[in-house]
Design a protein around this ligand. Structure first.
Ligand SMILES: Nc1ncnc2c1ncn2[C@@H]1O[C@H](COP(=O)(O)OP(=O)(O)OP(=O)(O)O)[C@@H](O)[C@H]1O
Ligand SMILES: [Mg+2]
Length: 313
């Protein structure tokens, strides 16, 4: 049974805005990444999961309960980090934490103190004067302070400095090891790469891809960039590999005597045997990253499906 179930969720704000027929599941113990360009529909989907907004069609379930009709139960059981943080400006951070603890009936502050220490938060100042990063840290502490099993995090690290982003990644891994189920929307590929088991990509309100992160990480082919010492060597190579063989030429730059070659892992010895017959100026491997895969979807051209041939460059 999935912990979060989003089924045919539709909210049409008009003019092509909103979310349309969005479906995905988040399983127990999974860190699920939710990616997409600005305005794609991440926050809209998340607000439905939290029960803040009523679907026009479809539904979202958390723990087999409809989000909209179980709003109050979900508020207690979930940890939520909003994308846009609105805090009562008249309070200090300490007062805000105390208020949240009382609302959640937390009497033992051990876990809260651990989080404050982990994220190096000084909550003593007024919320009005807190920097974006400080507010984000405060929101992280209050999202996790009741130690919920399910977390819904909307761009949790935006505004955090790189050191704190690393602390956050480390923390998410710890929470995953403790069995937490986490939905995490993000624009930061390295963060998603470092934490997520599966990833859904949303574009123009529709899910365009759902991938198992390990499938992308363990691509079964490699891409090499070669530059030949002379034009003759380059042309000789091209003629040889034009015959059906085990090397796939992805692209060539004739004027530079350069070629990009894609090789299946099992053909790697054949590849090195072949290129050892040529005089090369240099060779380098082009590493495929999750970012390469995602960037294809970030292309604004609606005609382009993107991301299909993720091994190509
Ligand atoms: N309450 C609303 N009324 C009308 N349009 C809305 C409303 N909320 C969101 N939208 C529109 O729906 C689309 C999706 O917005 P959403 O905030 O879900 O995007 P997002 O993926 O979270 O983007 P970002 O990465 O910028 O946070 C946008 O075009 C937005 O303008
Ligand atoms: Mg958003």
């Amino acid at each position: 049974m999935p912990v979060m179930e989003i089924k045919n969720l539709t909210k049409d704000y008009g003019h092509g805005r909103g979310v349309f027929d969005v479906s995905f599941d988040v399983e127990k113990g999974e860190v699920f990444g939710f990616l997409g360009p600005n305005g794609a529909g991440k926050t809209t989907t998340i607000r439905h999961i939290m029960g803040f907004s009523r679907p026009q069609q479809g539904y979202t379930y958390v723990n087999q309960r409809d989000s909209w009709s179980n709003y109050y139960i979900n508020q207690k059981e979930l940890g939520y980090l909003p994308g846009e943080i609105a805090l009562p400006e008249s309070l200090t951070g300490t007062q805000f934490i105390k208020m949240m603890a009382e609302l959640r009936c937390i009497t033992d502050s051990t876990h809260t103190d651990y989080l404050i220490g982990k994220f190096k938060l000084d909550p003593s100042g007024g919320l009005k004067r807190m920097s974006l990063g400080m507010k984000r840290k405060l929101a992280i502490v209050t999202a996790f302070m009741h130690d919920p099993d399910i977390l819904v995090l909307d761009e949790p690290t935006s505004g955090l400095d790189p050191v704190m982003q690393e602390v956050f990644i480390d923390f998410i891994r710890e929470e995953k090891a403790r069995g937490k189920t986490i939905l995490l929307s993000s624009h930061i590929f390295s963060e998603v790469d470092a934490t997520c088991d599966r990833i859904a990509i949303i574009k123009d309100g529709k899910i365009v891809s759902t991938v198992v992160a390990d499938d992308l990480r363990h691509s079964e082919s490699k891409t090499f960039k070669l530059e030949f010492l002379t034009k003759d060597e380059f042309e000789r190579f091209r003629q040889e590999v034009e015959y059906p063989g085990k090397l796939e030429v992805v692209s060539v730059k004739r004027h530079r005597n350069q070629a990009k070659i894609q090789v299946n892992d099992q053909d790697i010895n054949h590849y090195f045997g072949t290129i050892s017959e040529y005089q090369l100026k240099f060779m380098s491997e082009i590493k495929f990253t999750l970012e390469d895969y995602f960037m294809a979807f970030y292309d604004r051209n609606p005609q382009q499906e993107g991301g299909q041939n993720y091994a190509a460059h």
